[in-house]
Design a protein around this ligand. Structure first.
Ligand code: FES
Length: 61
């Protein structure tokens, strides 16, 4: 699913960026462009960050 229409970034790409170590929406924007333009997708990017964060997965155990 496309998350960022400005830059054509999918939720899969955002999750990959988080898995590679991004911990903030600014880092995600810098790496893949999601949220770097109009910013409308930032809330969705934040939700993906929360659900994909390795820290969160660890804290569930
Ligand atoms: S939709 Fe992502 S920056 Fe515009």
């Amino acid at each position: 699913m496309f998350v960022c229409l400005c830059n054509g970034v999918t939720s899969h790409t955002v999750a990959d960026v988080v898995a590679a170590g991004a911990t903030t929406t600014n880092e995600i924007a810098r790496v893949c462009g999601a949220g770097a333009d109009c910013g409308r997708c930032r809330r969705t990017v934040q939700a993906i960050l929360r659900s994909s964060s390795p820290d969160r997965k660890t804290s569930r155990r």
